[in-house]
Design a protein around this ligand. Structure first.
Ligand code: DUC
Ligand code: ZN
Ligand code: ZN
Length: 466
């Protein structure tokens, strides 16, 4: 048997096992796993390294229209480049339906932005903001058949949110068409009330972003989303969970028999609301929704990663430049927190943070790291076993990790389009040193090897949860 590439001497780690063998790759797929493989155009020596499935980040925002003169800091080129440098081989960004448009129109525009630009594979979730009878009755079932098998709905943001009757109708359409629904759970009316009160009191600094979106607003919406899903009898994903009370809602729904997946993100492990209370304007760097909470919430989120409350660890990469009129410090944002665009960069730092803080500090083991960073994303969103594992027949999407490599995160070592990282100065042990997408090396050390356009679009099967 001959191969394009053999990876030798590494320790293979999957969501269930860790073992020593060589990996043989041909035509972009893993075709052999055995000792002493020979005969290849390229031999990669992985001594001292972990050979893991490339990360799958199933929650990122790239080139998403943000309104009001605000521009996202990453397009598909910079966002997927940054993803690759962070050990990822697939990302799943959101295609936003603008009100008055169809889902197909939104997809056409979004595909045009991605075409030929990507360094890793991509697959889109669709954000439904205008659930007309045409969208729910005709478009969604046809799109699921075409491999667009997940959607997101918002319970917050005036221009994006769905009301309860619209959520019910959307869940019902998803149930019959086989789409998996992700829900952003925060109570918009409560938030608007609190923003109004802050404004009336002249409390306009970034830190009031956090107090205007309290745990109760997230907990209530989480409970409501789970109840609506139970009424319709369809599974949902609760995304970007920030605190224990929302986690307990997920646990209770599961105990009642509901099918629910849970996701948390690095910001809920590493940041708190105190970060928004930095010197007045700097706090804008940490404005995201739900907001980071407190030290106890960080502990709760680690527990959730350990005990299975969370299936997914995603970045929610949603980058805006800081010192920029089209970013965090836009003219209105400088004066009032409500106009600071919500979201922080993190696609490149997600896995190093989970590895260093999680595996390195003994909070999770290597198998759980792989499950949370790759395998569970592939399974939940219909990409498994093509993606998300190291197995014969799977795509050769592989990250080689040096568990001893020390890196201090600073913005100048990152490849995203933002001009800051919320994790500036964080010391990390463990870093991906080589990243391969379908057998092609994209990143080798600090060097970019591949051409843009290597990444392709992935149609997906239905989620096994639906
Ligand atoms: N929700 C997200 O999922 N990402 C960024 C902002 C938001 O509200
Ligand atoms: Zn969201
Ligand atoms: Zn998001």
């Amino acid at each position: 048997m001959s191969f394009d590439t053999i990876i030798r001497n590494g320790t293979i780690v999957t969501a269930s096992d860790a073992f020593r063998c060589d990996v043989g790759i041909r035509n972009g797929r893993i075709i052999a796993m055995a000792e002493n493989l020979d005969d290849a155009d390229e031999i990669i020596d992985a001594s001292g390294l972990y050979v893991m499935p490339g990360g799958i980040d199933s929650h990122v925002h790239l080139a998403q229209p943000s309104g009001d003169g605000i521009v996202m800091a990453d397009d598909f080129a910079s966002g997927t480049l940054s993803a690759a440098f962070g050990g990822n081989t697939t990302v799943m960004p959101f295609c936003l339906q603008e009100k008055g448009s169809t889902l197909r129109e939104a997809l056409k525009a979004y595909h045009a932005k991605a075409e030929g630009e990507c360094y890793v594979d991509v697959s889109f979730h669709i954000i439904v903001t205008d659930p007309t009878s045409h969208v729910l009755g005709q478009e969604l079932p046809a799109l699921v058949a075409d491999g667009y098998t997940s959607i997101k709905v918002f319970m917050t943001y005036e221009n994006l949110r769905l009301r309860d009757d619209e959520i019910l109708a959307t869940l019902d359409s998803a149930r019959t068409s086989g789409a998996l629904v992700m829900v952003h759970c925060e109570n918009e009316d409560a938030i608007r009330f609190l923003i109004g009160r802050h404004e009336a009191n002249g409390e306009l600094a970034a830190k009031h972003h956090a107090t205007s979106r309290p745990v109760a607003a997230e907990r209530e919406a989480t409970h409501r989303a789970l109840s609506l899903a139970e009424i319709v009898d369809t599974p949902i994903v609760i995304v970007h969970v920030s605190n224990r009370e929302a986690m307990e809602e997920i646990q209770r729904a599961r105990a009642r028999g509901s099918k629910v997946a849970g996701e948390t993100c690095p910001q809920y492990l590493m940041l708190t609301a105190d970060d928004l209370d930095a010197t007045e304007l700097e706090g804008a760097k940490f404005v995201c929704s739900p907001p980071p909470r407190d030290a106890e919430s960080q502990i709760a989120c680690w527990e959730g990663l350990q005990n299975g409350t969370f299936d997914l660890f995603s970045s929610d990469h949603c980058p805006f430049r800081y010192d920029d009129d089209a970013g965090k410090l836009n003219e209105k944002g400088k004066r009032n927190f409500r106009w600071i665009p919500n979201g922080i960069p993190g696609v490149e730092t997600r896995l190093p943070i989970l590895f260093s803080e999680g595996v390195g500090k003994g909070r999770i083991d290597l198998n759980r790291f792989v499950a949370l960073s790759s395998t569970n994303h592939a399974k939940l969103y219909g990409l498994y076993p093509r993606k998300g594992t190291i197995a014969i027949g799977s795509d050769a999407d592989i990250a080689l990790w040096d568990p001893t490599k020390s890196v201090v995160i600073t913005n100048d070592i990152l490849h995203h389009g933002a001009d800051y990282t919320p994790y500036e100065g964080l010391a990390i042990t463990g870093w991906p040193v080589r990243v391969m997408v379908r057998g092609k090396t994209v990143i080798d050390g600090e060097e970019l090897i591949a051409e843009k356009g290597l990444g392709t679009y992935l149609a997906r099967a239905r989620s096994p949860l639906v």
